[in-house]
Design a protein around this ligand. Sequence first.
Ligand code: TPP
Ligand code: SF4
Length: 246
Amino acid sequence: MAKARKIPKIIEKPSSFCPGCGHGIAIRLIAECLEELGQDENIIFGIGVGCSSLLGGVLETDRLHCLHGRASAVCTGMKRVSPENIVISYQGDGDAYSIGLSETTNAAYRNENITVITVNNTNFGMTGGQMSSTTLQGQKTTTSPNGRDCSITGSPIKFPELVAQQFNVAYVARGSVTSPAKINKLKGYIKNALEAQINGEGYSVVEILSPCPTNWGMTPLQAFEKIDNEIVKEFPIGEFKKREGK
Ligand SMILES: Cc1ncc(C[n+]2csc(CCOP(=O)(O)OP(=O)(O)O)c2C)c(N)n1
Ligand code: SF4
């Protein structure tokens, strides 16, 4: 009989995410990585506003719920005053790249020694599926009922690509949760990001392509297929900046 997987110690309660949501997988992976790196009692989360904020109900850990979009700035402060702690900013795409684009970008620009995990489900999930900076051209949302028109709204923001190409940071990757193989790869990315912080190498960011079946009006399976067939074409997965010497 297959051995049951051990639940990380800091996972305290079941999550309240919708069925098929990717946030739960992301949080589980972060908890596993923290435990395997011996950092699960040394972590402070800065948590964004949105479904990302439900992390606070799942993990028994130190955390600060931040004003909308400001988690990177809050994490910068926490890390600077308490450099021995591991600090993770956990945010959605709307929080990190729309409302908080300035704070998110400036922390990367300064190469702050923090780790930012952004869950990109191409919309504002918690408030009912409005268009965000990552919504695809033509994608219908509650605020783009005819499909996003990038000639008016600008094109989807590719934050990992921007940071990897323009800033002096330690580690940048984008992963997905749509298959066990991809989840394992993603776990490796999260671990790399945390190791970069532990070693004082500087800023690390991992974006996670994540389904939002509720607002996409799909079954969980259809939502996974949308990521694999459509979303990865706009947001390719992989490592965009590897750690030096790794
Ligand atoms: C200052 C402020 N503006 C707007 C809101 C409303 N609001 C709550 S969650 C949210 C969207 C979050 O979307 P995202 O970051 O993509 O996270 P998701 O829910 O998809 O995980 C918005 C606009 C708020 N709480 N505070
Ligand atoms: S609304 Fe979307 S992002 Fe929020 S919990 Fe449900 S599926 Fe997840």
